[in-house]
Design a binder for this molecule. Structure first.
Ligand code: 3NM
Length: 214
């Protein structure tokens, strides 16, 4: 991974697992997204059809290699064991996962992202050592079964007005049509699943998103 400021890695943050790729090969989906210009990848193998154990690990390894070749960070969602086993560049945890302070201890100086929905959660995450916060859902999303109510880009403005100054990525329902609003509200980047993984032409959809972030 290139040594850059974390904000630069967060700009176009792509998340997916095999369940988000339909009948396409996740490795191809990731390669096309990289060709389109994603700046970071998070492996999120979730849901009823998710791969488990050895299969989950093997896909992670393949996707990690693709990221390494492109010099973009490879992060793992939730699964701290997997992240450590693979020596991933970082891990992203939610509020229901292992407490961020323990994850920070286990991950050393790797990238640690934490999802936060309230100012209190943000303060706690920063105190625990989060490098960035994932804030959402900004817009309605079909990609997370237990997502909270969408709150619009105002949610990010609210965090910034409350002096939350760490890097932030917006998440939830972000597309090329609304990404600009998220950045204008104060986010350093946007995280997306379906706007890229669900697109007919993945590279083109990624390039379109990218133009909205400049
Ligand atoms: N976390 P899409 S919303 C993984 O609000 C995830 O914390 C969310 O997928 C949160 O880009 C979400 O397809 C799903 O809407 C994002």
């Amino acid at each position: 991974m290139k040594q850059q400021k974390i904000e630069e890695h967060l700009s176009l943050y792509f998340i997916m697992g095999s369940a988000n790729c339909g009948n396409r090969d996740p490795v191809d989906v990731l390669k096309q997204a990289i060709d389109g210009g994603i700046t970071l990848f998070q492996y999120r193998e979730k849901g009823e059809a998710a791969l488990k154990d050895r299969e989950k690990y093997r896909l992670a390894e393949k996707l990690q290699r693709v990221c390494a070749d492109a010099e973009i960070p490879f992060m793992v969602n939730d699964d701290v064991e997997l992240a450590i086993e693979l020596d991933a560049d970082g891990v992203h945890v939610g509020q229901d996962d292992e407490a961020a302070r323990f994850v920070r201890r286990r991950m050393g100086n790797k990238i640690l992202g934490v999802s936060a929905h309230t100012i209190d959660e943000a303060h706690q995450a920063i105190h625990d050592g989060a490098d960035y916060l994932g804030i959402g859902p900004i817009f309605p999303t079909a990609s997370k079964a237990d997502a909270k109510k969408a709150q619009g880009p105002e949610l990010i403005k609210h965090f910034r007005n409350q002096e939350i100054n760490v890097p932030i990525v917006g998440i939830g329902g972000i597309t090329s049509a609304n990404a600009q609003e998220v950045i204008e509200a104060g986010a350093d980047g946007v995280s997306v699943i379906s706007a890229i993984a669900g697109a007919e032409n993945i590279q083109k959809a990624t390039e379109e998103l990218k133009t909205k972030l400049r």
